[in-house]
Design a protein. Structure first.
Length: 113
């Protein structure tokens, strides 16, 4: 296992979050999350170490997603940062390979009639 780094561009808010996920042992992953977003800073305070197998096993019931539901409300409910945190944790725990993930958003063009 080795550390993973994620640079997460949240979108229209303009905030960029940089996360480093580093294994402490076979299952514990230490998260270091740097961001100018006050909402994500609050989320980061509750996510210092997570158990990778617990996170994978419980899916959206794990510590990462539970903390995101508590910290991110309103328009921030659609924030992509928690997914980026989860993906980097998977890579640091050797439970996923590092690969780019992206969401491309645009206004849909109206069909011509």
């Amino acid at each position: 296992m080795s550390a993973a780094r994620a640079t997460i561009h949240a979108g229209v808010c303009g905030f960029v979050t940089v996360e480093t996920a580093a294994p402490e042992d076979d299952t514990a992953i230490r998260l270091a999350i740097a961001t100018p977003s006050e909402n994500i800073q609050g989320l980061a305070r509750s996510l210092t170490v997570v158990d990778a197998y617990y996170e994978i096993g419980t899916g959206f019931g794990g510590k990462i997603h539970t903390a995101a539901r508590s910290a991110l409300r309103g328009c921030c409910s659609g924030c992509v940062v928690p997914s980026g945190i989860f993906k980097a944790m998977q890579v640091a725990a050797a439970l996923a390979l590092p690969a780019e993930a992206r969401i491309e958003l645009a206004r849909a063009e109206e069909e011509e009639r």
